[in-house]
Design a protein around this ligand. Structure first.
Ligand code: IPE
Ligand code: MG
Length: 230
């Protein structure tokens, strides 16, 4: 979800104004993708590198996360959406961690879409954290090093239990991953659009899904192998 700051700057407004508008787009996006039948949606809300922003912006983002959590948890639960937070939550305030845990607990058995919200998340952190988990299991003699395969590794990552993403969408015009789901994006289709996150409309989201249906996913095979019979 990129482009909040530039959206605000264009309007001569503080960046926090863009982030607030961005939350409205987020609400729209969750609703749209849930209605479209998407089973797993992962939003990159705050990266491990975002702490390096000016303190004022970091603080306003934390306040906004807390506020949004209070405002939307009931609504997400009503829509039977399961919410999970991925990332290193230990750096957040005790109150924020408590609310995250409460939201996860309340929504845990919801059958509709699983919404993963990445906060203080970094793809490299995720991989290192998984390695640490595997090593702990080896140390405790639950696992032998020879048993470590891709599935065992993926089982220690923060999206364990969710399939790898089919589609990655980045708004705001940059063409990079910025340390998002490095392991899980191995065969994901990438979609970049120039629209700033607060401006993203339903038709922009529909366009992303339509473009996805035009892609041929070969997973290393030839086009002929994966073509559907006429
Ligand atoms: C994305 O918008 C939101 C967060 C990282 C929280 P940005 O804040 O990165 O907006 P730009 O890229 O400066 O426009
Ligand atoms: Mg940005």
């Amino acid at each position: 979800m990129d482009g909040n700051g530039r959206w605000a700057k264009k309007r001569l407004m503080p960046r926090s104004y863009g982030h607030r508008k961005g939350v409205e787009t987020t609400r729209l996006a969750v609703d749209f993708f849930a209605r479209a039948g998407v089973q797993h949606l992962t939003l990159f809300a705050f990266s491990s590198e975002n702490w390096n922003r000016p303190a004022e912006e970091v603080n306003s983002l934390m306040d906004l996360f807390m506020q949004s959590l209070s405002d939307y948890t009931a609504e997400l639960h009503e829509h039977q959406i399961r919410v999970r937070f991925i990332g290193d939550k230990s750096l957040f305030s005790a109150e924020f961690q408590r609310r995250i845990a409460a939201t996860e607990e309340v929504t845990r058995d919801n059958p509709n879409m699983t919404l993963n919200i990445a906060v203080n998340y970094g793809g490299r952190w995720d991989i290192v954290n998984a390695a640490r988990g595997l090593l702990r299991r080896v140390r405790d003699a639950e696992l032998r090093p020879e048993e470590i395969d891709e599935a065992a590794f993926a089982g220690e990552l923060s999206l364990a239990g969710s399939p790898d993403p089919d589609l990655f969408i980045r708004t705001g015009g940059e063409r990079r991953i910025s340390n998002f789901l490095l392991w899980q994006l191995a065969y994901t289709e990438f979609y970049f659009c120039d629209v700033l996150w607060p401006d993203l409309s339903e038709s922009d989201m529909r366009e992303a899904l339509t473009e996805y249906t035009r892609r041929q996913r070969r997973f290393g095979k030839t086009g002929e192998q994966v073509e559907l019979p006429e």
